[in-house]
Design a protein around this ligand. Structure first.
Ligand SMILES: [Zn+2]
Length: 437
């Protein structure tokens, strides 16, 4: 069978399997797999998926806890302090006949908590299908991605296409909130390939790079005084707002210097390529004291882009904050402190070349299915591609169904049209990449 007719058959097979693809996505959404560091509830969702793959498809699966992998806790990529009770990875290794390139398809099954139910119109774990959208926590981030990659492989098999190279399907635990040990455990267990596709939501655009960054905490001191003699004190809140201005200035400078980053240069997609002025929490003062706040605590995020060193960026920011403190009569002797948040690991930006063969394969497959040109740009968050690119010989690209901005919010949904489109593009890419026997 030649490549073109194999791709046409695979696309037809995805169309026929469309209802099953939708149903698997709904079934996965209906099983809550929330992550609550240090624990997570992925167990029942992974068990369901494993029995789906074995019972329905006859696939063999490898289910294992990240901590069961020998040497994992000594690995430099291991992030300690998490509990992996009943949180198995599920991997299906589909062997080709030999002589082709191998491919890993990777998705995380864990989801962030649903949040207050009152904010949802649809039940967070209902998996309702309404007007071509499947609603629920995890639908777009990223059970839809997992279902589309599984059905891409299934479609190829049902179409009678024999691949040369191996395809390894990974449903991993513990990606959300910075865990990433699930994918690391797959790498350390020995799963590697000539390329990996992480099927996070990219609206079927091709993303060979992702941002890095770290959550930071700035502690700003003040001095209390009796409320009636306010002038004798120093408000930590006022000082914090001045230092927030430093974040804004640094962000403007970062915007100018990263404007031409090859992955983040589109000003419409990325009006601010490298975020710094992102304070999401500011705590200061005591409501019962009525005196100038003695301490203000700001939590924010600082981005680093591919080609940059995260530590250098944070060091530069710290130097700016120190310079501002030096210039302030009070802060000169009462130093503000910049700390790295430790709930999540530091995220290092990674990338593969824009003209990497797996990018070219996905782009050609996109043109086959959609009949137009895909965008090839950076992913503006972090994901498991980081683990592949930093800690394994497998180069990873990000490509999957749905709009990432809908993830983590109320009434998260994924469009069925996106699921089917991603599955077809993936099927075409697998056929080209692995080769037809
Ligand atoms: Zn995700």
């Amino acid at each position: 069978m030649d490549l073109q007719s194999a791709q046409i058959r695979a696309i037809d097979a995805v169309d026929k399997l469309g209802p099953d693809l939708v149903q698997l996505t709904q079934e996965m959404v209906r099983i809550p797999t929330e992550t609550h560091p240090p624990t997570g509830d992925e167990g029942p969702g992974q068990e369901h998926l494993a029995s789906y793959l074995t019972g329905r498809f006859g696939w063999k699966v490898d289910s294992f806890l990240p901590i069961e992998v020998p040497g994992i806790e000594q690995h430099p990529g291991w992030w300690p302090g998490l509990d992996y009770t009943n949180r198995p990875n599920v991997v299906a290794h589909r062997r080709g006949v030999g002589g082709g390139r191998s491919l890993i398809l990777n998705g995380h099954i864990d989801v962030v908590p649903a949040g207050p139910a009152g904010q949802w119109k649809y039940a967070p774990y209902g998996g309702d299908l309404v007007d071509g959208r499947i609603y629920g926590r995890g639908s777009v981030d990223m059970k839809g991605g997992i279902a589309s990659m599984i059905y891409a492989v299934r479609a190829i098999e049902l179409a009678g296409i024999r691949l040369k190279g191996d395809v390894i399907v990974e449903s991993v635990v513990n990606e959300e909130l910075g865990g990433y040990n699930g994918t690391l455990a797959c790498c350390v267990r020995g799963y590697q390939a000539d390329a990996a596709i992480v099927t996070e939501a990219t609206e079927c655009q091709i993303m060979p790079a992702h941002k890095g960054g770290q959550g930071l905490r700035l502690r700003v001191p003040g001095r209390s005084a009796h409320a009636n003699m306010w002038w004798r004190g120093v408000s930590a809140l006022d000082k914090a707002l001045e230092l927030k201005g430093v974040l804004a200035d640094f962000e403007a400078e970062r915007t100018a210097e990263t404007r031409h980053n090859p992955y983040f240069s589109d000003p419409e997609r990325f009006p601010l390529p490298a975020l710094v002025n992102t304070v999401w929490s500011l705590k200061a003062g005591d409501p019962e004291l009525m005196s100038p706040p003695e301490e203000a605590v700001l939590d924010f995020w600082c981005d680093a882009l591919p080609g940059e060193d995260l530590d250098t960026v944070i060091d530069r920011l710290e130097a700016r904050l120190n310079a501002a403190a030096d210039a302030d009569l009070f802060l000169r002797t009462n130093r503000p402190r910049l700390e790295r948040q430790t709930i999540m690991r530091p995220f290092y930006p990674t990338s593969i070349p824009l003209d990497h063969p797996i990018v070219a394969t996905l782009a050609a497959s996109y043109r086959t299915v959609v009949d137009s040109k895909p965008d090839i740009v950076g992913f503006s968050a972090v994901c498991d591609a980081m683990i592949f690119n930093l800690h394994s010989p497998t180069p990873a690209v990000i490509f999957g169904p749905g709009d990432l901005s809908l993830g983590h919010g109320a009434d998260e949904y994924i469009e069925v049209e996106q699921l089917v489109r991603a599955s077809k593009i993936l099927a075409c890419a697998i056929v080209e990449w692995c080769g037809v026997a």
